[in-house]
Every structure is written in structure tokens, then in C-alpha cells.
Write a protein that binds this ligand. Structure first.
Ligand code: HEM
Length: 524
């Protein structure tokens, strides 16, 4: 008995010593890195041990990135625990960094791997730039080709037509959360375009409705992933009711994804669908198609990456247009010229066609200006040295030591007063000018003018689904504005209320949703 007790004490002491030595080593390494970057300016740490510990859980962190950029300039340092982060908003350095092969994407957090599949395997589409990522990226890039998007265009239009019918049934006095509605619509678009399946999210906008199951499960699982990212011990607190509910909703999401995978296996999907291309992914190690265990997280990743990003963006557009009547008037004029506007003579506008999309010049400028101010994935783009060596950028202007995370927050780039005139103002017309997306006056990188408008970032790891995102936004918003005018509901508290409720979790949205009145242009 005494011997067992002594052994247990010794094992515990050894474990503690190991933990303490690892802890000390991590902070010692961190201090050595600090010596290399301490000449950059940056905010003071709130905690000796945890650094700028409040930032990751602040819902307004996108605005903090902007504030720090204005205060400390286009290269600054900050720290979270033993990780040093260099925040960069200089377009030339960003352009170079995103094309530098020695810098690799930071893998997804474990919480997002847990969201993606029951086995918590790292997803191929978002992992480091290895052979497996290449195989998956190639399949996804082909799936999102212009030819496939053209073939799938009727499916995009259909999801929005369904939403329009539901909105018409609600009438102008009812308050509708357009953020929720547009996230549902984007979920249905991915379901139809990707997998030939109606997820049923836009059949009704009521949460309690059975048709809202896919929406409730996807949004709920993503919220649980976000909570686990901000609180690493949350997953161990299994006795808490909210944690158990989060686990249950994630399981429901996984079973919906599993049904999609089963469907793909049972019947070969349409050649232009995303599913057909995912089935073609070959595992470079075995030379065989990837297993279901690997396929399911790829399917989930497309929903995770595509549904709230597109839905929130569309909701921000509806909001910004509701605040600028002169902008709405110009959209109306454009839609009228294309015969896409509901009028008393033609209460049902002509269905939008593929060839109409490039003609939506002004609406596209409005979408871009909204994405500049409210980039849905504004906190994205984290890179690290993958060679174990320091990476030199901008001819020595920036050295990224191995072990340091290079963060290029899109929100701060899009609000950088040094490259945007009147950055705070909503001026869609700026995107009508030739070369509006270029950072003029900034030196060229590899013979190309660096970009200042980067909602999907750039380089080999940019957004693989951006063709679908752009097409969905133009098609959906043209149809919505063709049939409705939107007014912000009183309960949102006006623009100040919206501003105060801006929230960055995985994506940028508004904690209150986006409650609006949808007023039909031609009352039925
Ligand atoms: C307005 C909508 C969207 C925005 C603003 C957006 C933004 C982004 C950004 C900024 C990244 C790069 C992050 C980084 O550099 O670390 C990214 C990556 C990605 N996006 Fe999107 N996205 C949108 C819609 C979509 C859609 C519709 C899909 C697919 C259905 C999608 C799939 C992906 C995937 C798979 C990646 C990872 C690519 C890789 O690492 O190789 N996104 N997105």
C-alpha cells in the first residue's frame, strides 16, 4: 500500500516536472523570439503570461485591428500566451507574403476539425500546403470553374426565388431577420449546387419549423466550434447543459453531412456538381479515392466556409443599401434597364439569366464596397514559416522569425487610410473606376500592382469558392432588390445600434441579426 502510494507520488511529481519544464521551455523560446521582433511597435500586454489575452474573445476585434493599425502603423506586434503575432496591413508585403512558398497557412484549430467531422481529422482543403491539400484543392477549384457555375446557375436562382415567395407571404409589417434568411438561402445554394440536394432551409423562416433542421444544425455546430476555439477547456465541461447541447447539435450536423456522403456514393452526382469533383479526389499516399472518413470533413468544410460568409455579406449589403436611398435608386435604375424590376405593368420581373450578371455594374460596385467595409472573413489570413527559418519580406522591411504568426487582417487593410481615401465612408462609385482594387502608389511586387481590396485574399490559398460566392451574391441581390425595398426595423436601434452590435466570431455579423421590413415594390 505504502509502496503504491510512493510510486503514485513519484509519477505525479515526474509528470509535473515534465509539464513545468515544457512550460518553461515554451516561454524561454518565446522570449528569444521576442528579442527579434521587439523593435516593432505594438499594444501593451494585459497579462505577463497571456499577453493581449482579451483580443481573441472580443466581439469587436475587427475594429481593434483597425484601431491598432491607425495607432502603430502597418507592421505591429502583439502576443497571445507564448505565441507572437506580427500584424501587417501593408499591401506590398501582404502580396509578397501570400505568394511566398516558405510561408504556409496555419492549420485550422482543433475545434474546427471537430466541427468538420466526428473523427476530428484535419480537413484536406484547409490543411498545410501538402500533397493531400493539393489533390483536394485541385478538385474544388475545378468544381468552382466558370463552366460548372454556368451549368449550376438555375440552382442558384431557384434558392432565391424560394426565399422571395416566403418574403412575399410575410408582408411589409412583419419583421424578418434578413441575416438569418440569407444564411439559409446560401445554405440551400451550397446544397443544390454542391450536392443536388434541397436542404430545405428557405422553405420557411421559422426556427421551429422542421424544414429549418439543416440551418439549425449547421449554425449551431459552427457556434459550438467558435465557443471551443475561444475556450480550450470547454470540451471537458461535459456536465454543463450548454456544452451538452453544443455536442448534440454538432452530432446532428455530422449526421446531415453523412447523409450527403451516402447519397453521393449511392448515385453518381451531376458532373457539374461539387460532389462529383470531391468523389474524384485521389489520396496521394494510396493512389485510391479518399475514404468516407476523409470525404465527410471536406463536405462539411464547404458548408462551414461558404454559408455564413456569403449569407452575412448579403445581409450587410441589404443593410447598407437600406441606409443609402440614393444608392438604392441607382440599383433600381440598373435593374429597370435590364427588365429585372417588378413594376405595376410587370409585377413579376423577368427571371435573371447568366448573361445578365456581368451587366450588373452598379450592383457589383455596391457589393464590393460593402465587402470592403464589412469583409465577412476579415480576421482571416494567418501564415507561418514552414522551413524553420526566418522569412524576409519587402527587401528586409519585415523579417518573420520562425515560430511567429504573420496575421494580415483584411478588415484593417480595407480601412487603411493610407491606401483608401475617406475609408470610413460608403462610396460604391469608387469601384466603378478602372483599377479601383489596386493599391496605387505602392511598389509593384513580381511585376504586379499589389491589391488593396482582398475580401477573398490572394495567392495559392485564396478562397477557392469565390466564383460561387460572387455569383450567388449578384444573382440573389439582383432578384431581391428587383422585388423588394428593405427598411431597418426599429428594434435594431438605427445605424448606431447596428454598429454597437457588430460581432466577429468566425465571420463578421451583427449580434442582433439584421431585422428588416421587406416591402414589396408591387404589393400583391
Ligand atoms: C462572401 C463569401 C466568402 C468570403 C468573404 C470568403 C473568404 C475567404 C477567405 C478570406 C479565405 C482565405 C483565408 C486565408 O487566407 O487563410 C477563404 C478560404 C476558403 N474558402 Fe471562402 N469565402 C467566401 C465564400 C466561400 C464559399 C461559397 C466557399 C465554398 C462553398 C468557400 C470555400 C473556401 C475554402 C474551402 C477555403 C480554403 C481554401 C484553401 O485554404 O486552400 N468560401 N475564403
Amino acid at each position: 500500500m505504502v509502496f503504491t502510494l510512493l510510486l503514485a507520488v513519484q509519477v505525479a511529481a515526474a509528470a509535473l516536472a515534465l509539464f513545468a519544464s515544457r512550460f518553461v521551455k515554451r516561454y524561454f523560446d518565446s522570449y528569444r523570439i521576442y528579442q527579434k521582433i521587439k523593435h516593432y511597435p505594438g499594444p501593451r500586454s494585459e497579462s505577463l503570461l497571456l499577453g493581449n489575452r482579451e483580443l481573441p474573445s472580443r466581439p469587436d476585434r475587427h475594429n481593434v485591428f483597425i484601431e491598432w493599425n491607425n495607432k502603430y502603423g502597418s507592421v505591429l506586434r502583439r502576443r497571445f500566451a507564448d505565441t507572437h503575432i506580427l500584424q501587417v496591413t501593408d499591401p506590398a508585403i501582404i502580396a509578397e507574403a501570400l505568394r511566398n512558398k516558405d510561408l504556409d497557412k496555419q492549420p485550422l484549430s482543433k475545434a474546427l476539425n471537430y466541427f468538420a467531422g466526428p473523427h476530428s481529422l484535419p480537413t484536406l482543403l484547409t490543411s498545410g500546403s501538402n500533397e493531400r491539400w493539393k489533390a483536394s484543392r485541385k478538385a474544388a477549384a475545378t468544381a468552382f470553374s466558370t463552366a460548372n457555375m454556368r451549368a449550376q446557375f438555375p440552382n442558384i436562382r431557384l434558392a432565391c426565388s424560394q426565399l422571395i415567395e416566403v418574403l412575399k407571404g410575410m408582408g411589409p409589417n412583419e419583421v424578418v431577420d434578413m441575416d438569418n434568411a440569407l444564411c439559409r438561402e446560401s445554405l440551400d445554394v451550397i446544397g443544390r449546387v454542391g450536392f443536388g440536394v434541397d436542404m430545405g432551409a428557405t422553405h420557411s423562416l421559422r426556427d421551429t419549423d422542421k424544414s429549418g433542421e439543416a440551418m439549425e444544425a449547421t449554425a449551431g455546430a459552427l457556434l459550438e466550434a467558435d465557443r471551443r476555439m475561444n475556450d480550450p477547456i470547454r470540451k471537458y465541461l461535459f456536465w454543463r447543459q450548454d456544452v451538452r447541447a453544443g455536442t448534440a447539435v454538432t452530432k446532428r450536423f455530422h449526421s446531415i453531412m453523412q447523409r450527403l456522403v451516402d447519397g453521393m456514393r449511392k448515385q453518381r452526382p451531376e458532373e457539374s456538381s461539387i460532389a462529383a469533383h470531391l468523389l474524384d479526389i485521389q489520396d496521394p499516399e494510396t493512389g485510391k479515392p479518399i475514404t468516407d472518413e476523409r470525404l465527410l470533413p471536406e463536405v462539411s468544410t464547404l458548408f462551414m466556409a461558404g454559408f455564413e460568409t456569403t449569407g452575412h455579406t448579403a445581409a450587410w449589403v441589404v443593410y447598407t443599401v437600406s441606409q443609402h436611398p440614393q444608392v438604392e435608386a441607382k440599383i433600381v435604375e440598373e435593374l429597370k434597364s435590364l427588365d429585372l424590376l417588378a413594376t405595376p405593368e410587370q409585377p413579376q420581373p423577368r427571371p435573371i439569366q447568366w448573361d445578365d450578371v456581368p451587366k450588373l455594374t452598379y450592383l457589383t460596385a455596391v457589393i464590393k464596397e460593402t465587402m470592403r467595409i464589412y469583409p465577412a472573413a476579415g480576421g482571416a489570413s494567418m501564415r507561418r514559416s514552414k522551413t524553420g527559418k526566418d522569412v524576409v519580406l519587402g527587401g528586409g522591411k519585415l523579417v518573420v522569425p520562425a515560430g511567429v504568426a504573420l496575421h494580415m487582417p483584411i478588415t484593417a487593410v480595407h480601412h487603411n487610410e493610407a491606401i483608401w481615401e475617406n475609408a470610413k465612408a460608403f462610396i460604391p462609385e469608387r469601384f466603378l473606376e478602372e483599377g479601383a482594387e489596386d493599391a496605387k502608389g505602392v511598389p509593384k511586387v513580381g511585376g504586379r500592382q499589389p491589391q488593396r481590396f482582398v475580401p477573398f485574399t490572394q495567392g495559392a490559398r485564396d478562397c477557392v469558392g469565390q466564383t460561387l460566392a460572387r455569383l450567388n451574391l449578384s444573382t440573389t441581390l439582383a432578384q431581391l432588390f428587383g422585388s423588394f425595398s428593405f427598411r431597418l426595423a426599429e428594434e435594431m436601434g438605427g445605424p448606431e445600434g447596428v454598429r454597437a452590435a457588430e460581432m466577429t466570431s468566425i465571420t463578421l455579423s451583427c449580434t442582433k441579426g439584421m431585422k428588416m421590413h421587406a416591402i414589396a415594390r408591387v404589393p400583391s
